[in-house]
Design a protein around this ligand. Structure first.
Ligand code: ADP
Ligand code: F6P
Length: 322
């Protein structure tokens, strides 16, 4: 069956570059003569039938804007069999032949479940700052989030140096340490704690003592939220050292801001490619970028595969901290 009408939605945690991806999906679809409908507030908006036609003008002036003009949400009802059936019926009612889902790991899982019960063609685009989705080297928003966190860490380093303090800085990433590792390496952190690699706070303490013996007077410790809470690490270190410690949680600021050139280009390529794959008759896939090439994987791939972190980067960071 040829495509006539596609829907697009953003779901889960927002990420900078989602707008650029929406723009690419809409303009590519229009270019090839398709109708495009924007679905507001992710799966929640789909269940609430918040569905509106989109035009080229409706995605004007958004390539540089963080967040998502379609808004986003998390939706428990969509996880239920009844919720999925309801979504399938609504898509059918609105004559939507294919659905492009821009979101994180959870949103892709939702896409898998929908694809199992619904004849609508499904295409996923990875959009999350966490970069934890297998099948792509980068998800939309990761690069921007890393640069945002890095800018903050660079600023903290100035005050850490002046006051001779140790800062324990917690970054996002949910259960994964991709942001922490990238930011820690780029920011010259004295230590990086990530969930993928077991750590011992007593070792961290020794490392800190060693570095002070060598003449260091301030330090930055980057902690992935999935590995530890900054406050707990700070407390432990404070109990065992005379150094002045501060804990800082960077939080949601990491999800905002204008996307980097890398994220805008990635989003534009993936948005275009997602529609091209649908037009070429493919379905139930997620598009991605691997080794610099556009790729697509069966969407179930995200359920059966775990994205691994490059531990050599952690070893490199440790060498740089000696
Ligand atoms: P992200 O997409 O950023 O990882 P979440 O993990 O919160 O964010 O997932 C976003 C939404 O995707 C959830 O609120 C839910 O509606 C949907 N979802 C997640 N997992 C499933 C699942 N196993 N089945 C159906 N829908 C799911
Ligand atoms: O998945 C993106 C993310 O920002 C994670 O890094 C973080 O754990 C989570 O979302 C925070 O979610 P919320 O916006 O619900 O606080």
């Amino acid at each position: 069956m040829s495509l006539r009408r596609i829907g697009v939605l953003t779901s889960g945690g927002d990420s900078p570059g989602m707008n650029a991806a929406i723009r690419a999906v809409v303009r590519t679809a229009l270019y090839y003569g398709l109708e495009v409908y924007g679905i507001k507030r992710g799966y929640a908006g789909l269940l609430a039938e918040e569905i509106e036609p989109m035009s080229s003008i409706s995605v004007g002036g958004i390539i540089n804007r963080g967040g998502t003009i379609l808004r986003t949400a998390r939706c428990e009802e969509f996880k239920t069999p009844a919720g999925l059936q309801k979504a399938a019926a609504i898509l059918d009612k609105h004559g939507i032949d294919a659905l492009v889902i821009i979101g994180g790991d959870g949103s892709m899982r939702g896409a898998v479940e929908l694809s199992r019960i619904c004849p609508v063609k499904v295409m996923g685009i990875p959009g999350t700052i966490d970069n934890d989705i297998p099948g792509t080297d980068y998800s939309i928003g990761f690069d921007t989030a890393v640069n945002t966190a890095l800018e903050a860490i660079d600023k903290v380093r100035d005050t850490a140096y002046s006051h001779e303090r140790v800062f324990v800085i917690e970054v996002m990433g949910r259960h994964k340490g991709f942001i922490a590792l990238e930011v820690g390496l780029a920011g010259g952190a004295e230590a990086i704690l990530i969930p993928e690699v077991p750590y011992d706070l007593a070792d961290l303490l020794d490392k800190l003592h060693e570095s002070y013996k060598r003449g260091k007077t301030s330090s930055i410790i980057v902690v992935a939220e999935g590995a530890a809470r900054a406050e707990d690490v700070k407390k432990f270190l404070q109990e065992h050292t005379p150094y002045h410690l501060r804990a800082l949680v960077l939080g949601h600021m990491q999800r905002g801001g204008s996307p980097t050139a890398f994220d805008r280009v990635l989003a534009t390529q993936l948005g275009h490619y997602a529609v091209r794959r649908l037009l070429d008759g493919h379905t139930n896939e997620m598009v991605g970028l691997e080794g610099g090439r556009l790729v697509s994987v069966p969407i179930e791939y995200i359920q059966t595969t775990v994205k691994t972190i490059d531990v050599r980067k952690l070893e490199l960071a440790n060498i740089m901290a000696t």
